[in-house]
Design a protein around this ligand. Structure first.
Ligand code: SF4
Ligand code: SF4
Length: 196
């Protein structure tokens, strides 16, 4: 998700913020969140954009992640009909970057490290909760709830490794992406924010 920065070095700052988000996209891909909120007047457009509508815990409308509009590493409806939650949302990492607390290089390194761990988690969850297009966040929560493999062809032999990957990823999410008030994804309530 792209965000702009207002400031003394506006143009350069906007470019680098885009670089961070374009290299990331985790808030659009179902990794950080399973769902995102919609305003009631946004549901028709969301449907036309191919989103799957859902109802959030508070009864308000939302759409499932991963978002079908995230294509080739970018938002295909950026600047046109993307939901307001998308233009409003800034993860912790982006906020830290915008406040000058981390450099772009540091931010990109954290994103790259997180993506490597995501791939490890994806590999570990292969075969769990098909189709694999469901949000990774949702699959991780379900895996933790199930405390292990759900289908007969799976074995528990590599369970510690898989649990370790998931827990390490959750630590990264909590440290760098979720806001302090958010809850780390775990059996129970999902993180608030973009995921609703
Ligand atoms: S998770 Fe943060 S850094 Fe990544 S795309 Fe979303 S707002 Fe940008
Ligand atoms: S519309 Fe989809 S791809 Fe675009 S910013 Fe929102 S979640 Fe991301």
């Amino acid at each position: 998700m792209k965000n702009t920065i207002e400031g003394s070095d506006g143009i350069a700052a906007e470019r680098t913020a885009s670089e961070l988000c374009l290299a990331c996209g985790l808030c659009c891909q179902g990794a950080l969140h399973s769902r995102a909120a919609l305003k009631p007047d946004e549901t028709e457009v969301a449907l036309r954009n191919g989103m799957t509508l859902t109802v959030l815990d508070d009864g308000s409308p939302g759409f499932d992640q991963p978002c079908p509009c995230h294509q080739s590493g970018a938002c295909s409806i950026y600047g046109s009909t993307r939901p307001r939650v998308c233009s409003d949302y800034k993860c912790r990492l982006l906020k830290q970057y915008l406040r000058g607390e981390i450099t772009l290089v540091m931010g990109l390194e954290i994103v790259a490290r997180t993506k490597r761990l995501i791939e490890a988690v994806r590999a570990g969850l292969e075969g769990f909760m098909e189709p694999p297009t469901r949000s990774l966040n949702n699959r991780m929560i379900s895996f933790l709830k199930s405390r292990g493999p759900a289908s007969s062809h799976e074995t528990r032999s590599d369970l510690p490794g898989r649990l370790l990957s998931i827990c390490s990823l959750q630590v990264l999410f909590k440290k760098h992406f979720y806001e302090p008030v958010s809850e780390v994804a775990k059996p129970g309530p999902e993180p608030r924010g973009h995921g609703g």
